[in-house]
Ligand binder design. Sequence first.
Ligand code: NAP
Ligand code: G4F
Length: 329
Amino acid sequence: MAKTALITGILGQDGPYLAKFLLEKDYKIYGLVRRYSNPNFGNLEYLKIADKVDYVEGDMADEASLLNLIRVIRPTEIYNLAAQSFVAASFEQARLTTEVNSLGVLHLLNAIKMFSPTTKFYQASTSEMFGLQHTNGYQDEKTPFHPRSPYGISKVYAYWLTVNFREAYGIFTSNGVLFNHESPIRGPQFVTRKITDAVAKIKIGLAKNLHLGNLEAKRDWGFAGDYVEAMYLMLQQEKGDDFVVGTGENHSVKEFVELAFRFAGIPHWEEYVVVDPLFKRPSEVPELRAKSDKARKILGWKPKTNFEELAKMMVEADIKRYKILNPKS
Ligand code: NAP
Ligand code: G4F
């Protein structure tokens, strides 16, 4: 019988890439969509799979909706990708971030325990949990947590709850501790997409500059399309476990800016970029870099797309998008 997967966060960045990957493996996909006056299926349309998903309604902040859903569909696997995932917003909306990212996971795990204890559960954990901590310049599964935002804190709760349901109730649960991953359908508020979107607009004369915060922050950036394979592989193991997933290389925001302008063929990026305190955070994570030896060894996973290829893919996609919208440019 075909495997079934419930993907929460189906309308975000990772949801569509994961759905596409699992559809190619003949899964039946349920995608959780919350009540919205006007839901946006644009990312699924971009990957040409919007009509291949069974949409189900519910909200991570509404326990009853999740209990009922799991009772009815009892999927083989759940990939919990739903979150208030924007770190900067979590400082202003800490309670909402906690309700969705922490308590939402409690609701889902309780639903599994009560109605579908053989369902395997993937939790979208994050390198933001490490915050200031590192082990010789890297973060791996043994690095302690020191989150620097309400977002990071909310994800630490969810991480440990995921571990606890494995240890206390024997449920198959795994944490994928993923480092930053991007794509042409990355949300426009995140720094890489903000940069490639602005560069494309500058290129065709629709914008004159780009306001950014901390240009010195370093991230380990990979391609979302590569990372969803690691999520899948985690749920195909004999038992649940926790894995760090990243490229092992990091780069500064400034390096990403330089590359994006270069790929767009625009010289002198400094003439366009304005450092704006509005985009600086009350507490920053200065540097993240993954040591994903465990994922490479046990899952056999490795990234396929490097930093330059990622930046080029995103710049080209945004330029193409604006050219279609402005054919005379
Ligand atoms: P994303 O683009 O922000 O997508 C998050 C999704 O969660 C959106 O589709 C959103 O729905 C949904 N959501 C938010 N609140 C919800 C609620 N109350 N009920 C139901 N759905 C809700 O995030 P992403 O980049 O795909 O990341 C996927 C997951 O991985 C997130 O949990 C994120 O925290 C985590 N993560 C991401 C990265 C990364 O670099 N991308 C790295 C580590 C971990 P709407 O479309 O309706 O707003
Ligand atoms: O692109 P960002 O907003 O991503 P951030 O904060 O690293 O979080 C992302 O990755 C996490 C994994 O590590 C995920 F868990 C999380 O859900 C999200 O997907 O910011 C990256 C860096 C930060 O240091 C930020 O301060 O870029 C810096 N930055 C500088 N100027 C900016 C800007 N970030 C944004 N969003 N906008 C700016 O103007």
